[in-house]
Design a protein around this ligand. Structure first.
Ligand SMILES: [Zn+2]
Length: 230
């Protein structure tokens, strides 16, 4: 094995994806932030600055792609802000992916074990043991990674829906108004006499007055006299 240099890069990726709950219909924009680290192993030592810059840039590009991919997976697993449910289909796909990836890792390890054991037939048990252990570690890592993606999804995401409007400064006005008391009024008729009535409505400087005979009329507020409460 020759010497090599490892170029590592970490990328923090924030994506915006639409969110729509299949259960309650809540729709919003979801902001998901994920971090990914990748490293490139490049043969040689003491690379020129140009080479190093390029390798770091490539490592960063890969980290960014991976972060974006994880963020997209995370977005699918975020519980609805309104009803709290996670999309069952997305959770199922996530679990299936983890199981399949683990099986693939086990299969590859098994294949390698057989391949190496065939070449070095003197110690097949040793190779089987080594690759079984390797397969076990990789499978555990895959399952644990999948589990943490599921577990941490809520903390990686933020709903960007319109915030509830702040309470208006005139909040007291929103308190239920007291039921209007029927106000006794006196309306001056064309004959100059005052007629008693009851105010039933009031709008735009006018008052609707109901009289004892059942008729109602709109008169300017200035044309009525407010009778003192009995
Ligand atoms: Zn919902």
């Amino acid at each position: 094995m020759g010497r090599y240099t490892r170029y590592s890069a970490t990328a923090t990726v924030t994506i915006n994806v639409p969110f729509s709950c299949v259960y309650c219909g809540f729709a919003s924009q979801l902001e998901v932030t994920e971090k990914a680290t990748t490293s490139r192993q490049v043969g040689g030592w003491g690379h020129s600055q140009d080479v190093a810059q390029r390798e770091w840039a490539l490592a960063h590009e890969t980290a960014h792609k991976r972060g974006t991919s994880i963020a997209k997976d995370t977005a699918k697993l975020v519980p609805c802000k309104q009803c709290g449910k996670r999309n069952e289909g997305a959770v199922r796909s996530h679990v299936i992916f983890i199981v399949v990836a683990s099986l693939v890792a086990l299969g590859i390890s098994g294949g390698l074990a057989y391949g190496v054991a065939a070449v070095d037939s003197t110690r097949p048990q040793v190779w089987m043991g080594i690759f079984s252990l390797l397969a076990f570690i990789v499978a555990i890592a895959i399952v644990f990674g999948g589990y943490t993606t599921y577990r941490d999804a809520p903390s990686k995401a933020r709903f960007l829906d319109a915030q509830p409007a702040p309470a208006p400064a005139y909040a007291p006005a929103l308190a239920p108004a007291p039921a209007p008391q029927p106000a006794q009024v006196l309306v001056r008729g064309p004959d100059g006499r005052q007629y008693p009535g009851v105010m039933v409505a009031r709008a735009q400087g006018h008052v609707q007055v109901a009289f004892a005979n059942g008729s109602t009329t709109w008169v300017p507020e200035t044309g009525v006299t407010w009778a003192p409460r009995a």
